[in-house]
Design a protein around this ligand. Sequence first.
Ligand code: F6P
Length: 392
Amino acid sequence: GKGLAVLTSGGDSQGMNAAVRAVVRMGIYLGCKVYFIREGYQGMVDGGDNIQDANWASVSSIIHRGGTVIGSARCADFRKREGRLKAAYNLVNRGITNLVVIGGDGSLTGANLFRLEWSSLLDELAQNGKITPEQKQKYGVLHIAGMVGSIDNDFCGTDMTIGTDSALHRIIEAIDAIVSTAYSHQRTFIMEVMGRHCGYLALVAGLCSEADYIFIPESPPKADWPQSYLAVVTALTSEADYVFIPEDPVPNDWQISLCEKLAQERSAGQRLNIIIVAEGAIDRDGKPITAEDVKKVVVEKLQQDTRITVLGHVQRGGNPSAFDRVLGCRMGAEAVLALMEATPDSVPCVVSLDGNQAIRVPLMECVERTKAVAQAMAEKNWELAVKLRGTS
Ligand code: F6P
């Protein structure tokens, strides 16, 4: 059968194991010889025991586990041609020409480069006598398929990345827990959530928890509402009376609107306030807004008893939700089907969720669009950033 390997790369996320399991079992079902590559690209470069035979039973009892049982790493060696040459040798040596990569945009970009370089890497290996001309001929094309595993939901091309839903469950559980203690002491809590440069976790956690104020990297807007679809959805789902829409970025005197909002809530009889700060939140000048910055304002201007809770890696841990398990299963199976149908000319794909459909989208198109979001944000073009972010 065809040689097929699966690896997880970059930050782990809940649901990766479901995806690995589906790749292994779908691969076996379709007659492939399936391998795990442990510790991400590092394991592919190092070879040896890092590349192991996978069988049906070796992926039993992992669907409910968070993280990735085959390990993950951010790998500097694979960024160099020398590292990729070693990796190519390790794959050819085992007859592996189909690779499933589960990771973020950096990992998928790396996979694409590896594929593009593949024949020149094989030329070099053959010239050095590391592989035979027959091996070079037989394993001349590398097929790759990607899946996006990340809690951040920061990848253009899929509605949901694997892990986002579980991270949201973790966040809202934490906020619910905080609310009861905040209520008792009439406190204000500032919750810092993950998401790197993407405000999705903060925004959706805000919708689900009746937060009073949300700071996101895409720059939260002013208080006029409802002006957008997002504002309407927010109003319907959270009974919020204050909504931030991305089309109209927050002014740099956000301190004033924040304090007005918090004071208004308290005078209406609320015993607590919740503010969510995405870890990458910024103002319209691109200057970071941290949980400490927000606390300082609330304490100095309103004298509210205020605490900060940084959720950190708790968000990335724990069991995957039902949604992420199903998502991982569907994506994994589809990735293997895509590889089995690939021809030497086909464009590598990312398996994505579009509505309720598992679809294949060109990998590099998605990577380029994801980079365009970062570029728009760097140029402070919030409107474009939000538009691109919203295009799945
Ligand atoms: O990309 C996932 C993520 O958890 C981000 O939300 C966060 O910024 C980053 O990874 C943290 O990285 P590390 O686990 O290396 O500290």
